[in-house]
Design a binder for this molecule. Structure first.
Ligand SMILES: C[S@@+](CC[C@H](N)C(=O)[O-])C[C@H]1O[C@@H](n2cnc3c(N)ncnc32)[C@H](O)[C@@H]1O
Length: 314
């Protein structure tokens, strides 16, 4: 399919279901063109979020375990395809409640793909959690516990992030948290003081989307801001992982700029807390934040909530 063949009314119907939160109730894939239209648009944006996560893992020298990947709730199969671009050579098992979706995803993946939901060393979960009822979660957690590695990407919304945090809390005994957390303690967002906040990041979109009329049309139809790709994610691994430096911090969400300083949320084993970076004290770092050039994994020295030294951790 190309942009001229997109079924815009199908995309509008899908979007309405995603927004209303009704997508979990019934299977919404009606025909192959629904999946092809989704694959060219919504799924590409999800693929860019996966790129963001895989780049982070590559910077950390993380390597997947050997064996098959299970892409559960595969839809058009973007997560499995994205994974193979970074870590080729794995067989992929695809599972979705929709046989139409599984068929589409298999055809896009070609030779190495089968269907089923047998436990696998690697489990990919992508934009599926908000479609599951509470009653469906325990079975998924069983699949998670059977996996060596779980790679989970969800929208960077309050609701999706909070649900993902609940999964993390259930799995942090059996698995190490590779990212985004720099620790394995209870999630700092669960503290009462952080009840309004959520764990999210921003993946970059490729520059061509800003000059391509097709993406402009999609953005209007889907009501999305092309500049912003909020993502919540979780990478869990039952294998021993290299230690991060003791003062490593994950920067969560956007920096908030004030006169002469900025406020930013840093998370480590002591919790997630708002810290202040003063322009006069750290002018270079302040400008890097201003230009969006700051990685989210940093090494900070702090006095109280004032950041007195900051450098990238990778
Ligand atoms: C928003 S789509 C995401 C598809 C794909 N993972 C992606 O990231 O593009 C959610 C998918 O989850 C599937 N799904 C919803 N509930 C499911 C369930 N209980 N079991 C398996 N798949 C489910 C839907 O059919 C749909 O394909």
């Amino acid at each position: 399919m190309n942009w001229d063949e997109i079924d815009w009314s199908a995309l509008e119907r899908l979007r309405a279901g995603f927004i209303a939160g009704s997508a979990g109730v019934t299977d919404y894939w009606r025909r192959e063109s629904d999946l092809a239209s989704y694959d060219l648009t919504f799924a590409q944006r999800i693929g860019w979020k996966w790129d963001y996560v895989f780049r982070e893992l590559q910077q950390r020298d993380w390597q997947p375990p050997a064996g098959t990947i299970l892409d559960w709730g595969c839809g058009s199969g973007i997560a499995g395809r994205a994974f193979l671009q970074y870590f080729p050579g794995h067989a992929v098992q695809l599972w979705d409640r929709s046989t139409l979706a599984m068929r589409f995803a298999v055809s896009r993946l070609g030779g190495n793909a089968t269907t089923g939901q047998q436990p696998c060393p690697m489990l990919l979960l992508s934009h599926v959690l908000t479609e599951l009822s509470d009653a469906q979660v325990p079975a998924l957690l069983e699949l998670c516990r059977a996996a060596t590695t779980i790679l989970w990407v969800e929208p960077g919304t309050f609701t999706a992030s909070r649900r993902l945090i609940a999964m993390r809390e259930q799995l942090r005994d059996s698995h190490q948290v590779v990212a985004p957390c720099v620790h394995r303690q209870a999630c700092g967002m669960l503290a009462e003081a952080n009840a309004r906040h959520w764990c999210h990041f921003f993946a970059p979109s490729p520059p061509e989307v800003f000059t391509d009329g097709n993406w402009a049309r999609f953005a209007k139809a889907a009501g999305v801001d092309l500049r912003s790709l909020p993502v919540s994610y979780l990478v869990l691994d039952s294998r021993p992982q290299p230690e991060l430096p003791a003062s490593a911090v994950r920067v969560i969400g956007p920096a908030r700029f004030r006169k002469g300083h900025l406020l930013v949320t840093g998370c480590d084993a002591t919790g997630a807390q708002e810290c202040r970076l003063t322009k006069r004290v750290l002018p270079e770092q302040f400008n890097r934040f201003r230009k969006g050039q700051t990685g989210t994994l940093q090494i900070w020295q702090r006095t109280g909530d004032e950041i007195i030294e900051s450098q990238p951790a990778q």
